[in-house]
Design a protein around this ligand. Structure first.
Ligand code: ZN
Length: 144
């Protein structure tokens, strides 16, 4: 397996703080609209479907399937250059949203469209609040 790169430290906004703090607990946190029921990702202040602000955070199953992917063989930008080849993918979560992520824990040649995957987390040393905040982590996915 190729080496993994260390993701840049996440920077949370007021809209994304619950997502990053959840990731720090190794929980994939999504939003569900209290009015229309749509589940959405990326985190927003309002529902992208009905514009309601009645959003609730919940912990996803962390399971999904690869919708599509690409294998990057050349990237001269650190920290990515140390991890080629790596897999950039869209994953369809069981709850509905599609998110962009990396597939880790397998040879890039073994990744396939429709492959079952489960969330995995790379811990960041601190949050954007330093020692005052809990640690963040970056969600990626690995074969289920
Ligand atoms: Zn809604």
């Amino acid at each position: 397996m190729p080496p993994e790169f260390t993701h840049p430290k996440p920077a949370a906004s007021w809209e994304t703080r619950a997502y990053w703090e959840g990731a720090g607990r190794h929980e994939l946190v999504l939003q569900r609209c209290g009015d229309c029921g749509v589940v959405q990702h990326r985190p927003r202040a309002i529902c992208a479907s009905c514009l309601s602000s009645a959003l609730q955070h919940f912990v996803s199953s962390g399971r999904g399937q690869v919708y599509t992917f690409t294998v990057t063989h050349q990237n001269g930008v650190p920290p990515f250059r140390d991890a080629v080849p790596y897999v950039l993918a869209y994953v369809d979560l069981e709850e509905g949203p599609r998110l962009m992520t990396n597939i880790v824990g397998c040879d890039p040649g073994d990744v396939a469209i429709g492959m079952d995957v489960v969330v995995d987390f790379q811990d960041a040393d601190t949050s954007d609040l330093g020692d005052a905040g809990g640690a963040f982590a970056v969600p990626r996915f690995r074969p289920a």
